[in-house]
Design a protein around this ligand. Structure first.
Ligand code: ACM
Ligand code: ZN
Length: 766
């Protein structure tokens, strides 16, 4: 037995070590570590067929990269000695981006079907070398690698409308993408707050549409709209020459730039330049950063000259960007202006369109025809499904995955970019202690655990999922440093999701490899997050005891906590495993990394301790799906709900709550309460009544109180109320609580007559 198990364990250990000892991200499809090293030094030669211009170019790029970190100029094409050899050789199994690499002490031998594969093999080599110029030897571990991507679309997006980032920043963005084998740069070039591409036919787009009154000292959303006479002094745009240079720069790094020109909404910068493009035709100033009344954001769908304009713009876009895909936006169109516009209404009549959604669909189809006529493909946000999907459109699913699933079921290609976890404008570690973000929380782990092929599309529909993409909207991102922080290290995590075989994904191993990348970021002054350091506090009731478990995503992060309401420091008790909470109070916890408290505010949770805390609770019918609170024991977890936060509340949709608490032993009790919340606007109402019963044996119950709802159903403010009974002290082990739902939502409410929700947080027993 022992003899049998030992070698297997050794084998497993060495496989895992092979991955983590060679810190490649994304993890290669197959890697075998060998003993020894290949040393890059003045005796090393770069060898390739110089008649192949692509290889010459890649060799030049690699040689520059080695020079930057060593000062060494690699000899090229010298015969004899140790060499790095690059070969293009058709190999069906590896696709156009895969490669095979054998590293021995004498040679690094790279073969790939296409230049992208050679480029990626050399990126893998670079990831094993020092990140900056040092005196350390430049050694590549001996290994055998066979590698190719899981998905063809490995995307990263950037919004340069909300805040502008110059060509230098874009080059660095592309370099970072390429380091992690990401290959689609979705460039959001136009939006309400700025038009960023030179268009020769329409010079006002950049003369006027690229500039707004500077409000960067104010938080996005609180920036007042500019007034006539103010100087538009914030903005910028890319000239065609700059764009062409960047397209070539990206192409040399196997990155395709997918340009996005937003339509028919998010277009107020273009309308500021050419007011006749809108339904109202009223002149306006470029928007500064907020929602303003009276500003037109939509192109008029009833005006043919709008299409002349858009076709002219798209012609110049396609002239600069060779990308097969052209992104036309299509998201978040407020249909109101079209409803009020005679021309739009006339268009609907003429084309037999019944709704404004169909008008949007008609608009997009018309643009699609034009794009297809130029031998390109159209991609748009998932709203282009509404009113009917254009025949050849590819859908970018951002409002969750539903749009992507729907499109794939109609045999359309899709790119997944659901807000959770693909929006990199969300927090990753905070919010406290992080730069202000738009909201939400997409942690490193959440990104790493993402699976781009939803279960509904398993089997032969999986092929419609081209890949996934992270989106970086820049309302709150004003500097290149902040931009780096938002993508690092989440982009490397996504790169592994998109490149590596699903079965190679391994969170602990990823974290081990990530350490060398974090060092690279530090050495190169790249801003980045240290992973999610906000401590997650999870109550776990257990046999009548309330246990609490704490966790942090931060690699090698320690958790320190207090139970007295003070802020933990590096010397506070260290979390070693779930511990019991035995009294009411506030738990605070922080992540400590390398001797430093991360973040500026501790994670906090108050516990109110009572006789029933930690008890087992059984339900006649379970709580409703999306409102589990802390889980099946939520009514005994000592956590009281608060206003405005759904996650503390157990929800019961349109039915009674009947729960029986078993305290595990007979206790003397004299008060029972059920905490409930009413939120009129969210269809949540107090129960009509709550009955309290007690029992010694769990079978025979005695009623100790029946409380009628004291709260008005008309109350529009959020109300939290304990339904409470007090009685002379008596012994009991079981408590049963039955909250009756009201028969339907009251008259005058938008949901009149429909089922109401009950929200409850705790059965308090004293
Ligand atoms: C989007 O986030 N509006 C596509
Ligand atoms: Zn109109």
């Amino acid at each position: 037995m022992r003899n049998y198990i030992l070698p297997v364990m050794l084998l497993l250990t060495s496989l895992v070590q092979a991955q983590s000892l060679v810190p490649l991200i994304p993890a290669p499809a197959r890697l075998e570590l060998r003993s020894g090293q290949f040393i890059i030094d003045p005796g090393t030669t770069l060898r390739y067929d110089a008649a192949q211009p692509e290889l010459r170019r890649i060799a030049g790029w690699f040689s520059d990269a080695v020079h930057r970190i060593s000062g060494l100029r690699l000899a090229q094409q010298r015969s004899g000695g140790r060499s790095i050899s690059l070969k293009l050789k058709l190999n069906d199994g590896l696709g156009s981006e895969g490669y095979r690499m054998e590293v021995t002490p004498a040679q690094v031998s790279i073969e790939a079907s296409g230049p992208a594969g050679v480029f990626y093999a050399l990126q893998s080599v670079l990831q094993t070398l020092p990140g900056i110029r040092t005196n350390a030897p430049m050694s590549v571990p001996c290994m055998s690698v066979e590698d190719k991507p899981r998905f063809g679309w490995r995307g990263l997006h950037l919004d340069v409308s909300r805040h502008f980032f110059g060509p230098e920043v874009i080059r660095q963005y592309i370099d970072l993408m390429a380091r992690y084998k990401m290959n689609r740069f979705h460039w959001h070039l136009t939006d309400d707050q700025g038009w960023r591409m030179q268009i020769d036919r329409y010079p006002e787009l950049t003369r006027i549409g690229a500039w707004r009154v500077d409000q960067t000292h104010l938080v996005w959303g609180s920036r007042p709209q500019a007034q006539p006479g103010q100087t538009p002094d914030y903005g910028g745009f890319y000239t065609k020459e700059q764009l062409r240079e960047l397209v070539a720069y990206a192409r040399d790094r196997n990155v395709v730039i997918v340009p996005e020109i937003e339509m028919p909404g998010h277009s107020s910068a273009a309308i500021a330049a050419y007011p006749a493009l809108s339904c109202t035709r009223i002149p306006q100033l470029p928007m500064t950063g907020g929602d303003y009344k009276g500003i037109s954001s939509n192109f008029c769908a009833g005006n043919d000259s709008v299409f002349t304009f858009l076709e002219g713009v798209l012609t110049e876009v396609m002239d600069v960007f060779p990308s097969q895909y052209i992104h036309i936006g299509g998201d978040e169109v407020d249909k109101g202006p079209w409803k009020r516009c005679d021309r739009c209404q006339a268009r609907m009549k003429k084309e037999g369109l019944k709704t404004e959604e169909e008008l949007q669909s008609w608009f997009i189809r018309r643009i699609e025809k034009f794009i297809v006529s130029k031998k390109r493909r159209m991609i748009g946000w998932d709203e282009i499904l509404e009113g009917g999907l254009a025949p050849t459109a590819t859908v970018m699913s951002w409002r969750g995955e539903a749009g992507g699933i729907e499109a794939a079921k109609m045999d359309h290609d899709v790119v997944m970019t659901p807000g959770s976890p693909c929006y990199f404008d969300h927090y990753q570690a905070g919010p406290e202690g992080e730069p202000r973000a738009i909201g939400g929380m997409n942690t490193l782990r959440k990104v790493y655990d993402y699976e781009p092929v939803p279960a509904e599309l398993a089997g032969d529909r999986a092929k419609y999922v081209l890949g996934a993409q992270a989106n970086v909207w820049t309302e709150f991102i004003t500097t290149p440093e902040h931009l780096e922080y938002m993508i690092l290290p989440r982009m490397p995590a996504l790169s592994e999701v998109l490149w590596s075989p699903k079965e190679r994904r391994d969170w602990p191993d990823f974290n081990t490899r990530l350490q060398s990348h974090l060092r690279y970021f530090r050495q190169n002054a790249l801003h980045h997050s240290n992973g999610n350091f906000t401590v997650q506090i999870k109550p776990v009731p257990q046999n009548g005891k309330l246990m609490v478990s704490l966790s942090t995503e931060a690699y090698r992060g320690e958790i320190r906590y207090t139970l007295d309401g003070s802020d933990p420091t590096v010397t506070s008790p260290k979390y070693e495993g779930p511990f019991p909470v035995t009294a009411s109070g506030e738990l605070r916890a922080v992540t400590v990394l390398d001797g430093e408290v991360m973040g500026t505010r501790s994670a906090r949770q108050s516990f109110s301790f009572h006789q029933g805390t930690g008890s087992t609770v059984r339900y006649k019918e379970p709580y409703s799906g999306s409102y589990p609170a802390s889980g099946p024991m939520a009514l005994a977890d000592g956590i009281r709900g608060v206003h405005g936060v759904g996650s503390y509340w157990h929800g019961f949709a349109g039915r009674d709550l009947e729960a029986t608490m078993d305290m595990g032993s007979t206790r003397e009790i004299s008060r029972i309460a059920l905490g409930c919340m009413q939120r009129y606007n969210d269809w949540i109402f107090m129960p009509a009544s709550v009955r309290m019963e007690v029992s010694d044996n769990g079978t025979d119950f005695t009623e100790v109180g029946l409380i009628q709802n004291p709260v008005s159903q008309e109350e529009r403010n959020s109300v939290i109320r304990d339904f409470e009974v007090k009685f002379p002290a008596r012994k009991a082990r079981y408590v049963r609580v039955t909250a009756r739902a009201i028969p339907g939502i009251p008259k005058g409410h938008p949901g009149e007559g429909k089922p109401a929700w009950i929200f409850a947080d705790e059965i308090v027993v004293e």
